[in-house]
Structures are given as structure tokens and as C-alpha cells.
Design a protein around this ligand. Structure first.
Ligand SMILES: NC(=O)c1ccc[n+]([C@@H]2O[C@H](COP(=O)([O-])OP(=O)(O)OC[C@H]3O[C@@H](n4cnc5c(N)ncnc54)[C@H](O)[C@@H]3O)[C@@H](O)[C@H]2O)c1
Length: 376
């Protein structure tokens, strides 16, 4: 059994990745502090599903706790480390920069120190498309400049890339940095546009549409993303001295790879897809651009294709339908569960939590052919 350590295992992407690794027969040691950036009940539910597999174990604590990750590395001796734990979100970083300093900078430092003490065969760390900042030469390639971050979130991720590069160079640690482009899908993050739009549209509430909808995002379905991560696990960067392709450092076993759909979508198209999937019209509240945001993102994915043969390609309407189906099941199950049990799902016992797996069953029958103007 291949031993892996996944930070941020109970987060959106971590959950999907852990499920995939467990299905592929990996042993997974996870760590997640279940931060309250968004409802921790959703994280506990994801975690309960993972805990049903005996090959999964988890520590619920913060990665920046000095010595904690080093102890985990010594206990588990992971061959593969996937680092997803972070304070995410561009807008939140404007009002809460310290959370980013702590999780993203101090947390990544502790991870690198642990890897120095107990070196894994390959470390893969999450960065973001936000590091490309104001670059308007599209699509973005890994070799494009990333020297002008426009939010503190982007700045901490850029720092993460640089810190990991130094450790790769100094200690010969093979490192892959991912730059993710707006990931979406079932079990997604409540702070992200698709979740907020779906919730508001189903309630008949207005949605905030920034830059009056004049924004393009390279929306990437989480299944495509996880397939790409899984393939990249087996494609570590070449050691120093061997031939280096684009995106690989000239002085370290360190590579950066975009993971995006390479097909940017206007915000209006996303909203239309949610309207179609829910069978309800959106009420649009048109607003100016938010500080820290960029008008467009677009991944050049030729490096990913060259390394793995994969090109994420889920079409937005299909992906949004997939999300809305999950959202309806989730909402239905939690509402029914709370009414029956008279308590929140976060208080549920492990056996009750196993019922959450039912959320992956078929969605309730909704009539998507007819559009309704009234809230449910
Ligand atoms: N979702 C996206 O569109 C997207 C885009 C670009 C980059 N990323 C990056 O991908 C990674 C995963 O993102 P996600 O969307 O799954 O976010 P998420 O918030 O759902 O997952 C992150 C998880 O890390 C945990 N965490 C946060 N700080 C921690 C700490 N100090 N110690 C231990 N656990 C901690 C959180 O509780 C959460 O469960 C992050 O590094 C994020 O910056 C995500």
C-alpha cells in the first residue's frame, strides 16, 4: 500500500482527492483543523465519509503547530505528500490577512521542515491561478511572470512556491506546484460563486454579480482536477542534471503545472447554467469589480497534457448540473435529518454520519423543463 499524507483532507479538494486515493488502494493520513472559514459541519460530513475506510486516518489540528507535522511524518513515513491545507479565498484575505500568514506561510514552513527531516519521494503543493495577477496575455503559461500579486492570498501562494523551491534546491526534495483554476463540483465551497448563486436562486434571493458580469473564469470540474493530481503524483520533476522541460526549475527538482479547463466562461454563462439546472431565474444585483479580483483567468494546459496525457474538459452546463444535483440532495438530506434528529449534523454519531453517504445516491425528481419565478 502506498503511503500518502494529505493536508486539508476535509476540505473540498482534499475530500475528493482522498476518496480517489483510497479507491486506488493508497493508505491516507490526513490532517485538517476544520477551520470555521465556512461551515465546519460540511467538513465533518466529508471527513465522516472518508473515515468509513480503514485505510484513512486523520488528525484534527493545525499544520502550523510546531513539531506536529514532523511527528506525523515520522509516524507515517509518507512516500507522497499532497499539501492542500490553506486559508483560501481572495476577498477574505483583505480583512483577515493574519489567517493567511499563519496557515499558508507558517503552515507550509512546518510542512517543508517535516519533509526535510523525513523526505518523501514526491511532494505536491497547491498554488493558484491568482499568482498570475494582472497579466493580460492569455492563456497563462507556467513560465509567465508572477511578480505582481493583487491580493494577500495570491502573495502567500507565491511565497509558498518560492519556499518550496528553496527546499527542493537545498535538500533535493522533488516538488510539484499546482496552479489551480476556479475549481467547482459536488461538496464544493459555500464561499464560492457557484454555491452562492445556487443557494440564492433556489431561495429567490438576488445574486451579487461583480464587474456587472464582465468576468471570465476558467472553471475546472473537481473530477478533472483530481484525475490530473492523481496522474501528476507519478510524474515527479526530473532530478538535477537531467533534461528539463518548461516549468521545471533550472536549479532544483521543482516544477509548476497549471490545472485548468483552458476554456474560460463568462459569469453570465455560469448563471444561465444554474438557471437551467435549477429551473429558476436569477435576480441579478450588478456591482462593480471587487478589490483584489482580476477580470479573467485562462490556463494554458499544454504542460499538463504533455506530462499526463490529460486535458480537463468538463463542459460548464454538465458540471453545473452535477453540482446542483448534489446541492439538492445535500439540502434535502440535511433538512430532513435535522428535523428527524432534532440536532445539527455536526453532532451526529459516526453511524448517523454514514447516512451522509446516501447523499451520493440519486437526486430527488425535480422538473427542470419548467422555469419558476417564485422562490421555493
Ligand atoms: N477551490 C479552488 O477553486 C482553488 C483554486 C486555487 C487554489 N486552491 C487551493 O487549493 C487548496 C484546497 O482548496 P479548497 O478549495 O479545497 O479549500 P477548502 O477551504 O475547502 O480546503 C482547505 C482545508 O484546509 C483546512 N485548513 C485550513 N487551514 C488549516 C491549517 N492551518 N491547518 C490545518 N488545516 C487547515 C480547512 O479546514 C479546509 O478543510 C488550497 O490550498 C487552496 O488555496 C483552490
Amino acid at each position: 500500500m502506498r503511503r500518502t499524507l494529505v493536508t486539508g483532507c476535509s476540505g473540498f479538494i482534499g475530500f475528493h482527492l482522498c476518496r480517489r486515493l483510497l479507491a486506488d488502494g493508497f493508505g491516507v493520513a490526513g490532517i485538517d483543523n476544520l477551520s470555521d472559514y465556512y461551515d465546519p459541519a460540511l467538513k465533518r460530513q466529508r471527513q465522516a465519509i472518508l473515515q468509513a475506510d480503514p485505510a484513512f486516518s486523520v488528525v484534527n489540528d493545525s499544520i502550523e503547530t510546531p513539531g506536529l507535522l514532523e511527528r506525523m511524518f515520522r509516524d507515517h513515513r509518507p512516500e507522497i505528500v499532497v499539501h492542500l491545507a490553506a486559508q483560501a479565498g481572495v476577498r477574505h484575505s483583505i480583512d483577515h490577512p493574519r489567517a493567511y500568514l499563519s496557515s499558508n506561510i507558517a503552515g507550509t514552513f512546518e510542512l517543508l521542515e517535516a519533509a526535510r527531516a523525513v523526505p518523501p519521494r514526491h511532494m505536491l503543493l497547491a498554488s493558484t491561478s491568482s499568482v498570475y495577477g494582472p497579466n493580460d496575455r492569455m492563456p497563462w503559461r507556467e513560465t509567465d511572470p508572477t511578480d505582481h500579486p493583487m491580493s494577500f492570498y495570491a502573495a502567500t501562494k507565491k511565497a509558498t512556491e518560492a519556499m518550496a523551491h528553496a527546499y527542493a534546491h537545498l535538500y533535493g526534495l522533488p516538488v510539484t506546484m499546482f496552479r489551480f483554476f476556479t475549481v467547482y463540483g459536488p461538496w464544493g465551497r459555500p464561499d464560492m460563486a457557484l454555491f452562492r448563486f445556487t443557494r440564492a436562486i433556489l431561495r429567490g434571493e438576488p445574486i451579487d454579480v461583480y464587474n456587472r458580469g464582465e468576468m471570465r473564469r476558467d472553471f475546472t470540474h473537481v473530477d478533472d482536477l483530481v484525475a490530473a493530481i492523481r496522474a501528476l503524483i507519478d510524474a515527479p520533476p526530473p532530478p538535477e542534471g537531467e533534461e528539463r522541460d518548461e516549468g521545471v526549475s533550472p536549479v532544483a527538482p521543482w516544477r509548476v503545472v497549471n490545472i485548468g479547463n483552458s476554456h474560460p466562461v463568462m459569469l453570465g454563462e455560469l448563471i444561465a447554467a444554474v438557471e437551467q439546472a435549477t429551473g429558476r431565474y436569477a435576480i441579478r444585483n450588478l456591482l462593480p469589480m471587487q478589490p483584489g479580483d482580476v477580470p479573467a483567468t485562462w490556463a494554458d494546459t499544454s504542460a499538463l497534457r504533455r506530462l499526463t496525457g490529460l486535458s480537463p474538459s468538463t463542459e460548464i452546463r454538465k458540471g453545473v448540473q452535477d453540482f446542483v444535483d448534489w446541492y439538492l440532495r445535500y439540502h434535502h438530506q440535511n433538512t430532513a435529518g435535522m428535523a428527524c434528529r432534532g440536532k445539527s449534523t455536526s453532532d451526529a454519531s459516526p453511524s448517523e454520519n454514514r447516512k451522509e453517504q446516501d447523499l451520493l445516491a440519486d437526486p430527488p425528481d425535480i422538473n427542470r423543463k419548467t422555469f419558476h419565478r417564485n422562490p421555493i
